[in-house]
Ligand binder design. Structure first.
Ligand code: NCD
Ligand code: ZN
Length: 335
């Protein structure tokens, strides 16, 4: 059997820089037509010059594949109207991180007080620049996303013209907010559709499944599955593929992030097939994102077929999800 996917999109991707970028970028650009590139480099991407230079480095790492990097700036609440107006043609969105909440987010926002964020949010609303949010507080790790829910509600209700994407949602509570606010959307990762906290820490510790936000309870995963498998029109695939070198993962003080870029399409096919929902995969992997962002991707046709794919143990020094395991679907061709 074969499945044809038209212009798959990854609406949340970490490509890093330098050698890591060269290793991982081709693994996304091969099967995806475009991806939203996260700005949490060291230092974070906060200027147009840095953003354009990073975009060039990405494009020169993608082996001439048909692939569009959709660039983001690291959110700061002191960007001026003039700056954002000028930068707008180069940026797809702004990404807001609470300070210190995840990898390379130290320069993030230290207060979610809307009075402090108002000017920037109003500018973004006016200029039609979407706001992407890493929604976690610094509370107890299992409750962080739920606690952030009230912040999402405040943002959404106070700035009805601002397009807000709850990135990598992991809870049934976040899922429930989608139908409450017209201007709230969400990305969902592959790993949060597959695993719960049990897979991370219920038996032997699995550092390669450790990420932020941490995987939650079975009922949370089920709520995410319900959204993805029905291709709820307000959800999009965002892998949050977040590579770290093996010595940073298999170590005391494991870095957060699951590396899924090279196996995402094959594993999504497996998951959607298992739930008899393959007819919904195109919407989840591309069509919803096109509509939500009003974005027309580069044309690309990816054919998957149900011939087993043995996942490499590692790609240079990065270990992917399903390392050395067999997935039932492989990529047959890309046109
Ligand atoms: C991401 C990273 O490593 O950059 N890590 C993660 O666990 N997801 C950052 C992020 O998206 O939180
Ligand atoms: Zn991320």
């Amino acid at each position: 059997m074969q499945i044809k996917l038209s212009s798959p999109l990854d609406m949340h991707l970490h490509l890093r820089d330098a050698d890591m970028l060269k290793t991982v970028a081709p693994l996304s650009s091969y099967g995806f037509a475009g991806a939203i590139i996260m700005p949490n480099l060291v230092p974070p991407v906060t200027t147009t010059e840095a953003l354009l230079a990073y975009k060039d480095r990405i494009l020169s790492s993608t082996c001439r594949d048909k692939f569009e990097p959709l660039m983001t700036l690291f959110f700061k609440n002191d960007y001026s109207y003039e700056f954002l107006k000028k930068a707008k043609k180069h940026i797809f969105a702004l990404k807001l991180y609470p300070s210190g909440i995840t990898t390379n987010s130290d320069g993030g926002v230290s207060s979610m007080d809307i009075d402090l964020l108002r000017d920037t949010f109003e500018t973004m609303s006016e200029l039609n620049i979407p706001l992407l949010v890493h929604g976690e507080t610094n509370g107890f790790v299992m409750d962080r996303e739920m606690e952030f829910g009230s912040v999402y509600e405040q943002f959404a209700s106070n700035f009805p013209n601002l397009k807000i994407v709850m990135e990598h949602i992991t809870t049934a509570h976040s899922a429930s907010l989608l139908d409450k606010y017209e201007n709230l959307y969400a990305t969902i990762t592959l790993h949060h559709l597959l695993i719960t906290l049990d897979d991370v820490a219920g038996g032997m510790l699995s550092p390669h499944l450790f990420c932020k936000p941490i995987a939650k309870r079975p009922e949370d995963r089920d709520a995410l599955l319900k959204l993805a498998l029905s291709a709820h029109p307000k959800v999009m695939f965002g892998s949050d593929s977040a590579p770290h070198p093996v010595d940073k993962k298999e170590s005391c003080g494991c870095a957060a992030g699951v590396f899924t870029a090279p196996i995402a399409l094959q594993a999504l096919a497996m998951l959607f097939e298992k739930h008899k929902s393959l007819d919904k995969l195109q919407a989840f992997i591309s069509d919803n994102a096109r509509k939500i962002y009003g974005y027309k991707p580069i044309e690309k046709e990816v054919i998957l077929e149900n011939i087993p794919f043995t996942v490499p143990k590692s790609y240079k020094d990065v270990v992917p999800m399903f390392s050395a395991e067999k997935l039932p679907w492989s990529i047959k061709s890309v046109l």
